[in-house]
Design a protein around this ligand. Structure first.
Ligand code: KIV
Ligand code: ZN
Length: 388
């Protein structure tokens, strides 16, 4: 059976860039947008045009530059926001306006200080206005994760009638459990008239570390777009990490869901975003962390050297990493030492290897990591003789 396409909506340049310290200038945004297009994302959320003249100019430039992907601009359900977003997107080949409003009672009562009926009316008016500028209008129901499902379904139905083409169901506060979020998407799928004519989208935040799990639960229950960022950057604990959801779908083909992402560009895209945002990637980050394909314990190293798949579910080349790495520490075994010695040109018989290993352990207990230059020095000091 052919895989169903899940669209990847990248919001690194909007939700990701909202993080303190991650601000990008126009040129940096253009460089990242070009890379996102190469990577194969379907939608680039380029910014929030009304927020500043700089962001307006960046969205405008990305709209003019981008040829394959849809370019999206964020707005609140506010007339001026929508007009400004439409203006910034004028040169886009495939423009999309993303507009919306809070739908949870906590947002309605304490932020918007209004009523459900007023929110419904504003949502519909915003979509109608956006639709007067562009064909492709995405509506977000902010804090949908904590919104009553019946009311959410009503809002969805009305904005579909007003012309929305994509319905974004954000778990803005990262509150939901995967089964709860999946059930919400299923509920909308089954209870909203007209839902088959639009695309449901996930937009999950990571406050409880569940953003990726929730996005996957969403697509397993009928969503057909995932909103995410490179390296999972985003407000507070971040957004769903693009590289994670893409690789989950790739690694589980029986789900019959896939994306257009060229996964071989994931590592370099991650490094580019990390560098330009001056936001380091944690070493143990799935897929793109520096430790994601490195092995330092003797048991694992022995397995990896014999057969890579014993301890790796992804071939590092698939995500643009040249090779798995065998890191030498005091927890490494003889097999790893022999492997690394061989890589730098030494092949030892058993007795010499045992001697080398004893010296290596002494050194490794003093150092965090034993490097190639340490191995060369060790061989010379101990006058070890290699075969061949
Ligand atoms: O998290 C959220 O609700 C958002 C919306 C503005 C889409 O980022
Ligand atoms: Zn968000």
């Amino acid at each position: 059976m052919a895989h169903q396409q899940i669209q990847i909506f990248d919001t690194t340049l909007r939700d990701g860039e909202q993080v303190p310290g991650c601000k990008l200038n126009r040129e940096e945004k253009l460089v990242i947008a070009r890379q996102l297009e190469l990577l194969g994302v379907d939608v680039i959320e380029a910014g929030f045009p009304v927020s500043s003249p700089g962001d307006f100019a960046a969205v405008q430039a990305i709209a003019a530059q981008t040829r394959e992907a849809t370019v999206c601009g964020l707005s609140r359900a506010v007339e001026n926001d929508i007009r400004v977003a439409a203006e910034a997107l004028q040169k886009a080949r495939y423009p999309r306006i993303h507009t919306g409003i809070g739908t949870s009672d906590v947002h309605i009562l304490h932020k918007l200080c209004t009523t459900r009926e007023d929110v419904l009316a504003r949502a519909v008016a915003a979509v109608k206005l956006a639709k007067s500028f562009v064909e492709d209008v995405e509506f977000y129901a902010e804090d949908a994760g904590r919104t009553d499902n019946e009311f959410l379904a009503r809002v969805c139905e009305e904005v579909i009638k007003a012309g929305a083409t994509v319905l974004n169901i954000p778990d803005t506060t990262g509150y939901c459990l995967p089964q709860e979020y999946g059930a919400k998407i299923k509920f909308l799928h089954e209870n909203v008239r007209g839902i088959d004519n639009v695309r449901l989208s996930t937009h999950c935040h990571n406050d409880l570390g569940l953003a990726t799990a929730n996005s996957i639960a969403g697509v397993m229950n009928g969503a057909r777009q995932i909103e995410c960022t490179i390296n999972g950057v985003g407000e507070r604990a971040g957004n769903t990490a693009l590289e994670e959801v893409v690789m989950i779908l790739r690694q589980h083909p029986y789900l019959n869901l896939d994306t257009r992402i060229n996964t071989r560009l994931l590592a370099e895209t991650s490094a580019m975003v990390s560098h330009l945002m001056t936001m380091p990637v944690q070493p143990n980050k799935a897929i793109v962390g520096s430790n994601a394909f490195s092995h330092s314990s003797g048991i694992h190293q022995d397995g990896i050297i014999k057969h890579r798949e014993t301890y790796e579910i992804i071939d590092p080349k698939e995500v643009g990493v040249a090779d798995s790495s065998i890191v030498l520490t005091a927890r490494s075994g003889r097999a790893a030492l022999a492997y690394r010695l061989q890589k730098i040109g030494y092949d030892f018989e058993k007795v010499a290897l045992n001697k080398a290993y004893a010296c290596f352990l002494e050194l490794a207990d003093r150092k965090r990591e034993v490097m190639d230059e340490d191995l060369h020095a060790l061989v010379e000091q101990e006058k070890l003789v290699a075969v061949g």
